[in-house]
Design a protein around this ligand. Structure first.
Ligand SMILES: [Ca+2]
Ligand SMILES: [Ca+2]
Length: 206
């Protein structure tokens, strides 16, 4: 009984494993939900002023994941094992659970990341994402476009019998190669076409 109570309490108090350093560091993963502070027009542009994840899809319950950036416009949610939402056999790659991501994306939306590059070099950039109809994304470095309108493959799978789960098939897209100088740099991830994609992290590897 004691163990059961402990297990239930632990589940409610669970925090994501991946709270990143501030600023986030490259090489490594840049977690999309941890975009800069500063609000609409400065740190992000979102087409709806509320967060469709925190406080809406995920009702406020005092937990970190459900209240994450609840007062901001970017729409954030997190990977869930319940009902095989995010860990189903239809994934192309299996993401960690309770991983925050940016969802409800629309063309024209963007998020900004002030990062610390530890080593100058040309990095391979990949994106952990879902997309039920394909789309395009772009990446700027210090407000200069470096990857423009990169096609993102749909992760729709006709064999998945659960219609809404078509938004939750995770995959990794190779976006391209990007030169980065050591020091503080600013990245902007843009949804260029189609939207309806979820982004969990950008990974930068030498
Ligand atoms: Ca929004
Ligand atoms: Ca949005």
């Amino acid at each position: 009984m004691k163990f059961l109570i402990f297990a239930i309490t632990a589940a409610f108090l669970a925090e994501p494993q991946q709270i990143p350093s501030n600023p986030q560091e490259i090489p490594g993963k840049v977690y999309t939900a941890y975009y800069d502070q500063g609000g609409e027009g400065v740190a992000y542009h979102d087409t709806t002023p509320n967060n469709h994840g925190s406080g809406e899809l995920n009702p406020l319950d005092g937990s970190y994941l459900h209240s994450f950036r609840v007062d901001e416009g970017v729409d954030t949610s997190y990977t869930k094992s319940a009902s095989e939402t995010d860990n189903s056999e239809f994934n192309f790659v299996t993401p960690p659970m309770e991983l925050l991501y940016v969802g409800w994306t629309e063309p024209g939306e963007w998020t900004r990341y002030t990062v610390q590059v530890k080593k100058s070099g040309t990095y391979n950039v990949s994106l952990l994402y879902t997309s039920n109809r394909g789309g395009k994304v772009s990446l700027d470095v210090n407000d200069q476009p470096v990857l423009s309108n990169v096609a993102i493959e749909s992760t729709y799978r006709a064999e998945d019998p659960v219609d809404w789960r078509q938004w939750h098939h995770w995959n990794v897209a190779e976006l391209g190669r990007v030169k980065l100088k050591k020091g503080t740099q600013i990245l902007t991830l843009r949804t260029s076409e189609t939207g309806q994609m979820n982004y969990a992290w950008l990974e930068f590897e030498l």
